[in-house]
Write a protein that binds this ligand. Structure first.
Ligand code: HEM
Length: 376
C-alpha cells in the first residue's frame, strides 16, 4: 500500500473505503493493500453464504484447532457458558458502574468496565490469584484491547507471554482434576470442547483468543453506543430511544468488523471481474450498512429506524452465513444491559466526541470524555 493510502486509511478508515467505492467503476472494488471488496449486497451474500467460499475451517482460529467441527464446538460452548452466566454479569454491573468517577476517558474506561464485569466469567473466582492477576494485567496492558502504537504493542508481548504461561499451568491442573458438573467459566468451556490430545498451551491460546473475541468488540460496541447516543441527544431529558435500539443502530452505523474476508478456492467471476484461487475477497459491513439503495437515510444515526417496519437493508455486524458469530445474541444482551446500567439514574453527556473511527483490530471510537451526572 502506498504511503498516501496508508495515511488516509489511518486518518479516517470509513471515509477511505467510501471513497474507494465512489471511485470504483464496478461493484468489485480493488483494495490498494491487495485483494478485493464486494460493494454490492447480492454479491456479498454469495461470498458469505456460498458453500464454496465457506468450506472447511474458518480463518478466525487460524491453525489452532484441528477441524471445523471443533471450531464450531468451541464457539458454541463459550456462547453457552456466557449465556448461562449472564445473571453474574448483571450482578457485577451495579458495583462496576457505581465505582465509576463522574468524568471518565473512553474508550479506555468502557474497556475496563466490560472486563471487570466479565472477569469471573472468563476465569472463575476459584482460579489461582496469580493467573487472575495476569488476566487483569493483560486487560490493562494492550493484550486484550490492541494498543494503537507499535511500541505499546511490543511492550504487550511480555504480559501476553506471562498470561499464556499461567493459563497453560491452569489447563494442566484442570485436566488432572475430575469435574462432573457444568463449566464454571470460559476456560472450562474451551477445555470441554477441545480434544484431549490438543496441547495444553494450544488450549491456553484458544482461551486467550476467546477472551479477546468477547471483551474487545463488546467494549467497542458499548463505547460507540454511548458516544453516538450522547452526540445525537443533548437535552437534559433521558434518551428518547429504548436502549436496545441505541445499540442496534450503533452496530449498524459503526459496525466493529472492518472487513469480512474469504479466500477464493477456484476460478470465480464476480460482476465481470475474474478472480483466481488464493485471491482475497472481502465484504465491508460499513459499506453495506450505508448503502443508499437499501437503507433509508443511511448516513444518519437514527435509533428510531428500528421501530419502523421498512427502510432496512443488509445488516451484518456479526457476519452472516456458516462463519457468522456464535456469540451475537449474548453480546448484544451484554452491551444493552451495560448501557442500561450506565444510564440508569444518571444523565450522560460527552465532550471531545468525534464520530470518525480509528482503526484497531476493528473500527473503534477515538478518545472522548463521558460526564455522568447522577439524577437520583
Ligand atoms: C459485539 C460483540 C461482537 C461482535 C461485533 C462480533 C463480531 C464477529 C464477526 C463479524 C465475526 C466473523 C465473521 C466472519 O468472518 O464472517 C465473529 C466471529 C466469531 N465470534 Fe464474534 N463478535 C462479538 C462477540 C462475540 C462473543 C461474545 C463471542 C463468544 C462466543 C464471539 C465468538 C466468536 C467466534 C467463536 C467467532 C468465529 C466463528 C467461526 O469462525 O466459526 N463473538 N464475531
Amino acid at each position: 500500500m502506498r504511503i498516501g493510502d496508508r495515511r488516509r486509511l489511518r486518518s479516517d478508515p470509513l471515509e477511505y473505503v467510501e471513497d474507494l467505492r465512489r471511485r470504483s467503476a464496478t461493484k468489485v472494488i480493488r483494495l490498494p493493500g491487495g485483494g478485493w471488496c464486494l460493494g454490492d449486497p447480492a454479491l456479498a451474500r454469495v461470498l458469505l453464504r456460498g458453500q464454496e467460499f465457506n468450506e472447511g475451517r474458518s480463518g478466525f482460529f487460524g491453525d489452532l484447532l484441528p477441524t471445523r467441527a471443533v471450531q464450531v464446538e468451541v464457539g458454541h460452548a463459550v456462547r453457552d457458558v456466557l449465556r448461562a452466566r449472564l445473571p453474574d454479569y448483571r450482578a457485577a454491573l451495579a458495583p462496576a458502574v457505581g465505582g465509576l468517577p463522574p468524568v471518565t476517558r473512553w474508550p479506555a474506561a468502557g474497556n475496563r468496565l466490560v472486563y471487570r464485569c466479565l472477569a469471573d466469567l472468563l476465569l472463575h473466582p476459584g482460579t489461582p490469584a496469580r493467573t487472575r492477576r495476569w488476566a487483569d494485567r493483560a486487560a490493562d496492558a494492550g493484550v486484550v484491547f490492541r494498543a494503537s502504537r507499535m511500541w505499546q504493542r511490543a511492550r504487550a508481548e511480555v504480559p501476553r507471554a506471562r498470561l499464556i504461561a499461567a493459563l497453560t499451568e491452569q489447563v494442566q491442573q484442570r485436566r488432572r482434576q475430575h469435574r462432573a458438573d457444568e463449566p464454571r467459566d470460559v476456560l472450562d468451556a474451551v477445555l470441554d470442547a477441545c480434544p484431549d490430545h490438543l496441547a495444553d498451551r494450544t488450549v491456553a491460546t484458544v482461551h486467550l483468543m476467546m477472551f479477546r473475541a468477547i471483551t474487545a468488540p463488546v467494549a467497542a460496541s458499548l463505547a460507540w453506543s454511548v458516544l453516538l447516543a450522547c452526540l445525537h441527544h443533548t437535552t437534559d431529558s433521558p434518551w428518547p430511544w429504548p436502549t436496545d435500539q441505541i445499540v442496534r443502530e450503533a452496530l449498524r452505523h459503526r459496525p466493529i468488523p472492518w472487513m469480512l474476508r474469504r479466500t477464493i478456492p477456484c476460478p470465480t467471476t464476480f460482476a465481470g471481474t475474474s478472480l483466481r484461487p488464493g485471491d482475497r475477497v472481502s465484504v465491508s459491513p460499513h459499506l453495506l450498512h450505508h448503502d443508499r439503495h437499501r437503507w433509508t437515510d443511511p448516513d444518519t444515526y437514527r435509533p428510531e429506524r428500528w421501530a419502523e417496519s421498512d427502510g432496512h437493508g443488509p445488516y451484518l455486524p456479526f457476519g452472516a452465513g456458516p462463519f457468522a458469530c456464535p456469540g451475537a445474541s449474548v453480546a448484544q444482551t451484554m452491551v444493552t444491559e451495560t448501557l442500561t446500567a450506565l444510564a440508569e439514574g444518571a444523565h450522560l453527556t460527552v465532550t471531545r466526541g468525534d464520530t470518525r473511527a480509528a482503526m484497531s483490530e476493528g473500527i473503534v471510537p477515538r478518545p472522548f470524555i463521558l460526564h455522568r451526572t447522577r439524577t437520583e
